[in-house]
Every structure is written in C-alpha cells, then in structure tokens.
Ligand binder design. Structure first.
Ligand code: GRF
Length: 206
C-alpha cells in the first residue's frame, strides 16, 4: 500500500506509523511521502531522518486558496498514493480531493467522535473541553475523511480513562500514547490487508 502522510506539527503520529512499518506491524506498506503546510514542523525532520521524501506546501504560499488547492492536489496526484493519512494535519482538504480520493483519506482525531469534534476542536482544545465537561472517558478515533469536519465513517476508536488531577497537556499525552499511536497504525494495517470496506456509510472490518 502506497501511503502519503500529511502533517502540521510534531509528527508523533507519523513516527508511530514509521515505527510500525519498520517493526512489521503494518504489512505490505510503503510510506511514499510526507507533506506539511508548516516548514518548521518537526514531523518533516522525522520524515527526513527516516529517508522519506518530504515537502512543504502551504496556503500562505499562494495568492488564493483555489491556487493552493490546485497545486496541492497536483502534488498529491504526482505521488500517486493508495491511501492518504492526515496525522495532525490542520489544513482543510479541498472538496475536489475528497471526491477524487473517496474513502482513501483517513484522519486521526483525539476524541471519541461524535464528542468534542468539528470546527475548532483540535489539539489541546479537545482535552480542555473534555475536562471542562467532566467526562470520565476520552479517547481517539480514526475515520475516513468526507466533506464535513470529523464526520466521515468511523474505522477504529480506543477509549482512555480521565484521571484525577489531569491537565489538558497530561490528558493529551495519555490519549496520544494509549490511543492515537495504536489505532492509527492498526487502521493502516487493516486497510493494507484489504479488510476495510464502507457499506451504507458504515465501516465493516473483516
Ligand atoms: C495532536 O494534538 C494529536 O492529538 C492530533 O494532532 C496533534 C499533533 O499530533 N492528532 P502529531 O504529534 O503531529 O502527530
């Protein structure tokens, strides 16, 4: 499976994927590229240290969003991925790309969707809202990307306990370590094994 990973930040989810490929817990898969919208993303360093082709494309580099969308989609098409993984990617995916790569784009979101998701719920904001609401269980979700925000068919979820004294930072770290870094590689491996289909808007895993 040819996998392209899109990143914006520290790249810990990218690292989990790279490590899983190296240790064989993701089979018959090659990470064929990494694209970031943030030239300072440490995720790019992780890619380069792993010998994965990486580049930076940002909406800021273009006069209009339409121009970025066209150049971005052309760059993705040139790589020719079977699967596109959004790993902490903070740029809205162009509708044309969603249509062209229907059910071939997945995203990791740091909550149990449909809780704490949608516009504005990213990074620490998710965990701040969870602590404010006083939920006892949080977690992460891997889902296919559709035209909405965090609204596509759910592939895998994993729950994580909220603990006494948790701060947003502590909770974020636990969700990453115990959930995100596990279910994202797992989802890629299932897709690589041809075990994931979408039927009537729901994901079926064989
Ligand atoms: C983190 O907030 C994570 O929960 C979310 O994206 C952000 C950056 O993750 N998935 P990463 O370290 O860049 O993978």
């Amino acid at each position: 499976l040819r996998v392209l990973v899109l990143v914006s930040g520290g790249g810990t989810n990218l690292q989990a994927i790279l490590d899983a490929v190296d240790e064989g817990s993701i089979t018959n898969t090659e990470i064929v590229g990494v694209i970031s919208n943030n030239k300072n993303a440490y995720a790019l360093t992780r890619a380069r240290e792993h010998g994965v082709a990486s580049r930076c494309i940002s909406p800021k580099d273009f006069a209009t969003r339409e121009e970025f969308n066209a150049k971005f989609l052309a760059a993705v098409d040139e790589i020719g991925p079977d699967l596109i993984v959004l790993a902490g990617f903070l740029v809205v995916i162009p509708a044309e790309m969603i249509a062209k790569y229907r059910n071939r784009i997945i995203n990791i979101h740091p909550s149990l969707i449909p809780a704490f998701c949608g516009t504005g719920f990213y990074g620490l904001k998710v965990h701040e809202a969870a602590l404010k609401r006083g939920v006892k269980v949080v977690g992460a979700t891997v889902h296919f990307v559709d035209e909405g925000t965090d609204t596509g068919p759910i592939i895998l979820q994993k729950a994580v306990e909220v603990e006494e004294g948790d701060t947003p930072e502590i909770l974020q770290r636990r969700v990453m370590e115990q959930a995100e870094w596990k279910i994202l590689p797992q989802a890629i491996n299932l897709i690589a094994g041809g075990r994931v289909t979408v039927e009537d808007g729901k994901v079926r895993i064989r």
